[in-house]
Design a protein around this ligand. Sequence first.
Ligand code: C2E
Ligand code: MG
Ligand code: MG
Length: 612
Amino acid sequence: MFFSIFSKFPNYNLKSHKKLALLTKSCYNIYKGVLTMKISLVQNGEIIMMNDKNEKFYLLMEKLVRSMTMADRFDKYAILRALADMCRYFGVSKAVSEFYQTPTNAKLQKGEKTIGFDDGNAGDICYTEKILTKSRAIVIGTAYMSKDAAPLSPEEEDKLKLITRMLLSFLSRHRLEGVVEQFTFYDDTGYRNIRSFLRYLELLSEKNDLGGHTAVYYNLRHYTLVNRDIGRSAGDIAMRNFFEIIENIIGDKGIICRVGGDNFVAVFRDELTEDILNVLKGTPVIYDTNSGKRIMVSASTGVFRMPEGYKFDTPGDIMDRILSSSQAAKLGGKDSIVFFDEKMEVGKEKRMHMQQLFPQALKNEEFKVFYQPKIDIETGELAGAEALCRWFRDGRIVPPMEFIPILEQNTDICQLDFYMLDHVCKDIRRWLDEGRKAVRVSVNLSRKHMMDVDLLEHIINIVDSNNVPHEYIEIELTETTTDVEFRDLKRVVSSLQQKGIYTSVDDFGMGYSSLNLIREIPWNVLKVDRSFLPVDADEDDSTRSIMFKYVVAMAKDLGLECVAEGVETDHQVKVLRDNHCIFAQGFLFDKPLPLDEFEKRMNDHYYKVKDE
Ligand code: C2E
Ligand code: MG
Ligand code: MG
């Protein structure tokens, strides 16, 4: 009755109701009732001049229900105020609620206890209610009364029961919503997850506010090696601190979330972009709070600036853009930040086209082995060769950088590498049969092979089926950055070595070179990347010269053969000689050569090496 009258007069107007009041006496009574209610509510929700106890109860009830059903703007304090009024109404001096996610947690008292109201006169428990919810959470409500308070009538007791149960069911739903929110929008280590990110983007989109925001996807560089160097728990701390540095810059102007592993996404207002990218390029981060020890953390980052008025079909559009630019940043070596531009979409089509062409091209033998000689600079002797792939397509030679990274996005690269090995073996077999001075040839193997548990068998099968003595084959593998790969790499290299096949670390110094990589894995050869090789303008004491010197010395100490890649000048040959690095590969001697030209070099067998 009360609610229906109330809802009929939502915008109560005194004048019109005075007229109404004149109509009939009964009407007037209704009017009086409504008027009283209205006045009491107008005065800021505090019910102060109500005589009818029942009416007061319903008003308090309505206030409580209202405060709990404001789902869109949840206000804890409005609920607490309504609860306090209700407690005063019953003479309850203290109200306590408890929430436990499971019965076990309840037993262990692992939950939340909240004092909803306390006027300081708490005496004995007057009422307690415990509910086991469907999801097996436990909620408990307890009311206390001061010793000298008047006892409740049976009717009042019923009402208190009703209120308590209502509050508890609200509380359990609210808490469970919190739990669901935690599970849905956070990962198990407490980072906000990708769903938080997508929800935030949806929100911006609803407000037409995407324009003026920048989204980034970043992957921490070489984090597995960082973990190995400083330990996993210190690595976790550094990761969290790095996250917090960015989170603090973002403040309430965006959001940052973890996608998984060492991958993160963020979206924020454009004006923060510069500061955030500066952090991502590389920032010293504390990993040991006691000693203040720090480590440099940096990321490969893809960036997408949303232009004014930008709209998406789904938030996935933004994910695609930042993901593909971050992959480009990862492949790009030095340039660790790549901004998305429309050309990348074209790149995607090109990539898909190439992947489609590949199987037929392989069948057609469009891929050719080129050989780049390796020279012993002390004797000038042809000491070996590296097999490098060239794709003959539409009358053009496609260089590996244009197709290898694409083939590496799935396992196509593995087929190509085995194809190369097979062709190399066939050439070596023929050289041996023809009585030529055959040399050892190294073949590049993509890291993608590390997942192949039968890799060793595959390699041995190819070599043996071509009847090639194992010592003519060398397998080049690049440095690795993940723990799993490190273990696999160790297993693969050790087993190849047992079979008498040579192994080399390719491009040493390009990535995050870890000493463990060469100390713990039994390589035969270390190929020093050309970025480590001093250039002519470098002084003897330049960083590059010193690094080169130590890398070569270390390789020798560990019993590794050392090959310098990318030797282009006579001066560099002198640097090699001064540092006792006797094997060189580079344009100074030869570019990668087609088979017939390389065979000519095999016939000559010696190079003229200038003696500076
Ligand atoms: P890589 O294995 O480090 O091969 C050496 C690269 O350095 C070759 O590039 C070679 O042409 C180049 N190079 C040699 N000497 C010099 C020099 O003096 N100066 C300069 N600037 N460059 C020099 P290429 O042939 O373009 O191959 C690029 C990369 O593609 C290779 O680097 C290798 O990682 C990959 N690759 C090539 N063939 C294969 C293959 O069959 N399988 C796999 N998995 N990767 C391959
Ligand atoms: Mg190589
Ligand atoms: Mg190399």
